[in-house]
Write a protein that binds this ligand. Structure first.
Ligand code: DUC
Ligand code: ZN
Ligand code: ZN
Length: 472
């Protein structure tokens, strides 16, 4: 069936104009000032509304095992929450749980395939490295996986040493792949955690105090210098410290192929939130930092230093002993209460995949800090370009997938756990007043969100095989 979206204000990364959008099948067929209505077309009147490409969130962790529990959104519930927030594509991280990479990939497909309700791709974590793994990395391209995540922290679990990271970067360079880096100083963190626990410090704020911003500044600089030596591009995930953004700015000014991502939580929250009685809600890694760091990240968002706004969506219940109702059924999943007496046992991660766009619209566009085009660039176009999905995803062009979010720019809501669709019992933005709300969402031409009605289905999301990456 064809769908005609009439008279909306089209916003892309580069343009703003009023037009009609014709969708035929799964694709955008035409965009023009006036497209005649034909018999049998579904017509959506978008006069006074904004029409934007569906969001692309390249950093999620659905159903991720951690500390004896699992992140509480799976590839269905997380996709549904994303869709209600205007996001139509996500990229999740495959854990290196088996000796061989193809087995790891197969396991993640098994988790996602029947559940996926929006389109999705995968990055591969490289958390153990040896000659056999080195030989398997290039074959990931045949699987449509062109990005690899490495860690400078989580000693004895996920971390590679500098030599390993350097080798992975060279393999990526030679095969047109992109290394993504989680940059904290794992050695210092381990020393500080041991000392904190020995001194009897068990509360959530110690999560932040044992992961200092200086470690992030140092590790991001190290990662950039490793990439320079490997003559490879690198993408730094979840940037949160002012000095880290300064590293990125300087490296880019020097012409190095370095890119960065941040997430909304690092623009609004600080260690003060961890000191609240419900501070565990804000525990994720890297941690919340200071107001100065928030400002430094905002500045890097405003001046173009940071290319991508993602989420690191990895939710846990605040009180996993108390059930919530999800799609009419009670459900409780162990969560933050696991670390009530010890901050090192609090599962790391936050909800965010459904919040990202509406929070950034109000705080960024609504306040005049960023333009609507920059908003689309950071949340949809740049992530699609960098991770090899553009122009299939990330824009509104004839031939692109008809992944479209229609927004009511005037509608005001009070946001919170009751509004967001994540499968968890809290929301970081509880009570925030938002102006500009996602109203309808199409995934490849199919209406999956219509106001508060969910029309999407498990299994209708499609795996996106990516063929390359782009350095911006
Ligand atoms: N950080 C988190 O807080 N959770 C999941 C993974 C990560 O890097
Ligand atoms: Zn990370
Ligand atoms: Zn992450």
């Amino acid at each position: 069936m064809a769908t005609l979206i009439k008279s909306g204000m089209i916003i892309t990364a580069s343009e703003t104009y009023t037009a009609d959008v014709l969708v035929e099948g799964e694709k955008i067929a035409a965009i023009a000032a006036h497209i005649p209505e034909m018999d049998g077309m579904q017509v959506i009147d978008a006069a006074g509304k904004l029409v934007m490409p569906g969001g692309v969130d390249v950093h999620t962790h659905f159903e991720l095992p951690m500390f004896g529990t699992v992140s509480s959104d799976d590839h269905y519930t997380g996709h549904k929450a994303a869709a209600f927030g205007g996001t139509t594509t996500t990229i999740d991280f495959i854990s290196q749980d088996f000796d061989h990479l193809p087995d790891c990939v197969a396991a993640w497909h098994k988790k996602a395939n029947d559940k996926a309700a929006i389109d999705y791709g995968f990055h591969m974590n490289i958390s153990r490295f040896n000659p056999e793994i080195a030989g398997e990395i290039p074959d990931l391209r045949k699987e449509g996986i062109t990005s690899l995540k490495v860690f400078t922290a989580y000693n004895n679990r996920l971390r590679l040493d500098d030599g390993g990271i350097f080798k992975v970067m060279r393999i990526a360079r030679d095969n047109g792949m992109l290394v993504m880096a989680h940059a904290e100083n794992g050695d210092v963190i381990d020393v500080l955690i041991e000392e904190a626990l020995a001194a009897g410090h068990t509360t959530p704020e110690w999560h932040a105090l044992t992961r200092p911003a200086w470690g992030e500044v140092e590790a991001s600089f190290r990662v950039i210098m490793l990439a320079a030596q490997a003559e490879a591009p690198v993408y730094i995930v979840h940037m949160n410290a002012k000095g880290e953004a300064e590293n990125l700015r300087r490296a880019r000014a020097q012409g190095l192929p370095v890119m960065g991502e941040t997430c909304p939580q690092y623009m609004f929250f600080t260690i003060k939130h961890l000191r609240q009685p419900d501070g565990a809600k804000w525990i994720c890694s890297p941690p919340m930092r200071s107001e100065e760091d928030n400002d430094g990240i905002w500045k890097a968002v405003e001046d173009g230093t940071i290319q991508v706004m993602a989420t690191d969506h990895c939710p846990f219940f605040f009180d996993g002993m108390r059930a919530i109702t999800y799609e009419g059924q009670p459900i409780a999943i162990p969560g933050k209460e696991l670390g009530r007496d010890d901050f090192t046992k609090i599962p790391n991660g936050l909800p965010g995949v459904g919040d990202r766009l509406m929070i950034l619209w109000t705080t960024g566009v609504g306040s005049g800090r960023i333009s609507p085009n920059r908003f689309v660039e950071m949340t949809s176009t740049n992530p699609a370009k960098i991770f090899g999905m553009y122009p299939q995803k990330g824009t509104l062009l004839p031939g692109s997938d008809a992944d479209i979010a229609i927004w009511d720019p005037k509608k005001e809501i009070q946001y919170g756990v009751a509004t967001a669709q994540h499968r968890t019992d809290y929301n970081l933005y509880e009570g925030w007043k938002l102006r500009g709300v996602v109203e309808k969402v199409l995934l490849r031409g199919k209406l999956i969100v219509d106001g508060s009605t969910w029309l999407g289905k498990r299994g209708e999301g499609r795996f996106i095989k990516r063929s390359g990456v782009t350095v911006l």
